[in-house]
Design a protein around this ligand. Sequence first.
Ligand code: PGA
Length: 270
Amino acid sequence: MPTPVRVLEWNGASIWVFADAPSACCAAADRIVQVIQSGVNNRGKAVLGLATGATPIPIYERLVAQHRAGELSFADVTTYNLDEYYPISPADPRSYHAYMHRQLFGHVDIAPNRAHVFDSTVPEAFAAEHVAQYDRWIAADGGLDLQVLGIGRNGHIGFNEPEELPVEEALRLPSRLVDLHPVTRADASRDFGAEPQVIPRALTLGVAPILSACSILVLAFGTQKAEIVARSVRGPMTALVPASLLQSVPRRVTWMVDEAAAQALGTGRG
Ligand code: PGA
C-alpha cells in the first residue's frame, strides 16, 4: 500500500495526505480489498457503499486489474451505490448505472442482484417507497462494511446538498429524492454537455444511512477541493457543509487526499 506523506488528525478523523491522487487511489483500492477479504473471511460476505464521479475511477481500474489478475473476486461482495439522477434510464450513458457498468460491474464477477443502484425508472409516487426499501435492503444485509465517498465542491456527500437545517435533523436525513444544488448542476454539466441539460433531481442515500457504515473513506483531489475539505474537517458541523456531518462519527472516518486538496488544512492536529 502506498504510504501517505503525512497523517493529520482533525476532530478525531484521520486525514491521510498522499503525494498525488494516483497514490491515494492505490491506497484506497487496497483498503477496499482488505475490507472485502476480511468481510468474506469473517461473515461470508462484504457489503460496500460505492461512489461515482471522476474521483474514484482509478480505484475501480485497480480493482478490475486485480480481478483480471485472479487476485480478487466479487463473488461474495454486495454493493450499494450512493445516488442516481432522477428520472433516468439505466441505459442512458450519463446514468450512474451505466457508469458503474463501465467502470466496475461489467468487468468483475459480481452477481447482478447484489450490485445495487437506485432505480430511477420508478414512478415518482413510488420513489419514497423505493428509497426506503433500499435502506431496508442495506440493513437486511447487516449494514455497510465500508462507505466510499467523494465530496462535491459545495461539501455534498452523495447528493445530500447544503441546506439550512439544524444539525440534529440533518444527521437523521434518510434516503430520498432531492433537488440538486446549483454548484452540483454546474459541475455535472461536464457529463451533460451544458448546465440546462443536467437532470435537476436525484435519488440519494441519506446522511443517516451513510453515517451508519462501519467505516467511511472520503476521497478528495485537487486544489478545487481544498477549501471544502478544510471546512469539512476543521469547521463547525453544519448542514450547510454536509461532509462536516462526518465529524459526528469521527473514529470511523478516514480521508485520503492529495497534497493539493490538503493545502488549506495546515500541519497541526485539531
Ligand atoms: P467528482 O465528484 O469525483 O467528480 O469530483 C465528487 C462528488 O460530487 O461527490
